[in-house]
Design a protein around this ligand. Structure first.
Ligand code: AMP
Length: 492
C-alpha cells in the first residue's frame, strides 16, 4: 500500500501523523519517542543534528544552529552560511523533513513517498512553492500544501457538518495566527486571516525567565540574565518547563542545581500561576486586537462564530483560553491536543483525498497599471480555481504594446506587492489612448499555479504565461537534492 503521511512543518516544532490500521488519524512518534520534533538543525564538523539533540546543544554551538527556518522560507536570496557553504531555507527545511521521513518509516515499517504538508493560511504562492520544494528535496512527493487552519478543522471532523463558521486560534512558539473559515457542504474556505508575528510561547518563556531571574537576584544578588549563554539556556529550559507545568497546576517547583557553578548557587523555589499571569499580563492583552481584526475582515461578530478551535502548544495556557471565552462567550474545542491537531488533520486529508476541500486565494493577484497602482484581478478570498477577467486599455496615443507586471498582495501600490512575473502583449493597432481593449484573464489552480493570459479584443491576439510559483531552478533543485542526500547520511 502506498503510504501518505500528514506533516505539520512548524516554526518551532514539527509533527507527523498518519491514518493507521484502525482507520483513524494518529500521531507518529519520532525516534526519540516524542510526538513532536523541534524544527532545529545544527551542523558539527562532520555531522548534522536535527531535532531535540540540535536544540539542546544550541547554547554551545550558536553560530551553527538554525532555529525557525520557516520564517525565511520563500525569502528571495536568503541563505544560511555555515562551514563556508550557503544553504537555502528549502535545504534546511528538507533536512528536518528527511529526519521526519526516516523516523516515520522506522515507525510504520515501510517507505513513505507522499505527504500532505501544511502551511499557514497567509503563506503566499512563493512561500508555498518553497515549502513544496523543500519536501521534494527531501524525497517526498507532495499531494498538497494544506492550510493549517483547514487541517485543524478536519482533525475535528468539522467537514462532516453542513454549514459552520469557525475561528482557528493558533498560538505556537513564535507566532499567533488567527483564521476564520467558512464551511459549506463539506467545503472549507479561509475568509480572513490575522495574527501577530511576534507573539508566541517564546515570549511567555521570556517573562518566566525574568520572573525567575528577579527572584534569584533578590535572594542571591546575582543577575542570571547577565550571565553566559549556557546559564541563559539552562534558565530558559527551566522557565519553559515551569510555564508548561503552570498550565495544569497552580504552583510548581523550579530547580536548576548549580546554575552559577563558581559560587555553588542553585535556583530552587516555588512559583505560582498568578505571578506568571501578572508578569505576562500585557502579552495576554495583545491577543485581543488580532482577534477583533480577523472578525472585522470577515465582517463578522463574535456571536457569528459557531466553533473556536485551539491549535499550537501555547493555547494550553489557561489564561489564553480565558481571553477567548471572554471574547466569544463559549469554550473553545480542545479535545485534541492543540499541538497535534494540524498534523492529525493533514493525515486525514492525505487519506480522504482532495475532493472535499476547495481552496481560496489567500492573497489577491493582479497587475500593475499606469501610474504604478495595483489592479487586482483575482480578489483575496475568491474560490479556486476561478477564472477572472479584467479589461485594460492603452494609456497613450499610438501605443502598440502593454506590459502587465503580475503581482500578488494587498497593497494599492503594485511594487510593494510580490512580483510573480510579467505578461506582454504587442501588435496592438495604433490608435488614440483608451481605444484598445486588452482582457487579462487569470486562473489559479489549487496547486498555486497561476495561468495568466492577455487578449487584444480587436485582433484576437492572445499571449499567455504560466507562473509555476517556483523559487528554485531545476538545476538548483537537483544540486540541493544531492547535497541534502549527502548530509542526510550524517544526520544524528
Ligand atoms: P507549537 O509551535 O505548536 O509546537 O507550540 C510550541 C509552544 O507551545 C512552545 O512555546 C511551548 O513552550 C508551548 N507549550 C507547549 N505545551 C505547553 C503547555 N502545557 N503550557 C504552555 N505552553 C506550552
Amino acid at each position: 500500500m502506498e503510504r501518505c503521511v500528514g506533516i505539520d512543518l512548524g516554526t518551532t516544532n514539527s509533527v507527523m501523523a498518519w491514518v493507521g490500521p484502525d482507520d483513524r488519524p494518529e500521531i507518529i512518534p519520532n525516534a526519540d519517542g516524542y510526538a513532536y520534533t523541534p524544527s532545529v538543525v545544527a551542523f558539527e564538523d562532520d555531522a548534522v543534528l536535527v531535532g531535540r539533540i540540535a536544540r539542546s546543544q544550541a547554547a554551545l554551538n550558536p553560530e551553527r544552529t538554525i532555529f525557525s527556518i520557516k520564517r525565511r522560507i520563500g525569502e528571495d536570496g536568503y541563505r544560511v552560511r555555515i562551514n563556508g557553504a550557503a544553504y537555502s531555507p528549502q535545504e534546511i527545511s528538507a533536512l528536518i523533513l528527511k529526519r521526519l521521513k526516516a523516523d516515520a518509516e522506522a515507525y510504520i515499517g515501510g517507505e513513505i513517498e507522499r505527504a500532505v504538508v501544511t502551511a499557514p493560511a497567509y503563506f503566499n504562492a512563493t512561500q508555498r512553492a518553497a515549502t513544496r520544494e523543500a519536501a521534494e528535496i527531501a524525497g517526498l512527493q507532495i499531494d498538497r500544501i494544506l492550510d493549517e487552519p483547514t487541517a485543524a478543522a478536519m482533525a475535528y471532523k468539522l467537514h462532516e457538518q453542513d454549514r459552520l463558521t469557525i475561528l482557528v486560534f493558533d498560538l505556537g512558539g513564535g507566532t499567533l495566527d488567527i483564521s476564520v473559515l467558512k464551511l459549506h457542504k463539506g467545503r472549507f474556505s479561509v475568509i480572513a486571516t490575522s495574527g501577530d508575528n511576534e507573539l508566541g510561547g517564546d515570549d511567555f518563556d521570556q517573562r518566566m525567565m525574568q520572573l525567575l531571574a528577579g527572584k534569584f537576584e533578590n535572594r542571591h544578588g546575582v543577575d542570571l540574565l547577565a550571565c553566559d549563554a549556557v546559564t541563559a539556556q539552562r534558565l530558559r529550559e527551566a522557565a519553559e518547563e515551569a510555564k508548561r507545568q503552570l498550565s495544569f497546576k497552580d504552583s510548581t517547583r523550579v530547580s536548576v542545581p548549580f546554575i552559577v557553578p563558581e559560587k555553588a548557587l542553585s535556583l530552587d523555589f516555588d512559583i505560582v500561576r498568578a505571578d506568571f499571569e501578572k508578569a505576562a499580563i500585557d502579552l495576554f492583552d495583545r491577543l485581543r486586537a488580532p482577534l477583533l481584526d480577523a472578525l472585522d475582515h470577515a465582517k463578522l461578530k463574535p456571536v457569528d462564530i459557531d466553533e473556536v478551535l485551539l491549535s499550537g502548544g501555547s493555547t494550553r495556557i489557561p489564561r489564553v483560553r480565558n481571553v477567548l471565552a471572554d471574547v466569544f462567550g463559549m469554550e473553545a474545542l480542545s479535545t485534541i491536543n492543540p499541538d497535534e491537531c494540524v498534523a492529525m488533520g493533514a493525515a486525514a486529508a492525505a487519506n480522504w483525498g482532495t475532493t472535499k476541500i476547495t481552496f481560496k486565494a489567500s492573497r489577491s493577484v493582479g497587475v500593475e497599471v499606469a501610474g504604478g497602482s495595483f489592479s487586482s484581478v483575482i480578489q483575496r478570498g475568491a474560490t479556486l480555481p476561478p477564472v477572472a477577467v479584467e479589461s485594460y486599455t492603452t494609456a497613450h496615443e499610438g501605443q502598440t504594446a502593454i506590459s502587465f507586471p503580475i503581482y500578488q498582495g494587498e497593497d494599492t501600490i503594485a511594487q510593494r506587492n510580490l512580483l510573480l512575473g510579467e505578461i506582454v502583449i504587442d501588435d496592438i493597432e495604433p490608435g488614440p489612448a483608451g481605444k484598445a481593449q486588452v482582457d487579462v484573464a487569470f486562473e489559479m489552480t489549487s496547486e498555486g499555479i497561476l495561468k495568466a493570459s492577455a487578449k487584444d479584443v480587436a485582433t484576437g491576439t492572445q499571449v499567455s504565461v504560466e507562473i509555476e510559483s517556483a523559487v528554485m531552478t531545476e538545476d538548483e533543485k537537483a544540486f540541493a537534492t544531492q547535497r541534502v542526500a549527502e548530509m542526510a547520511a550524517k544526520i544524528e
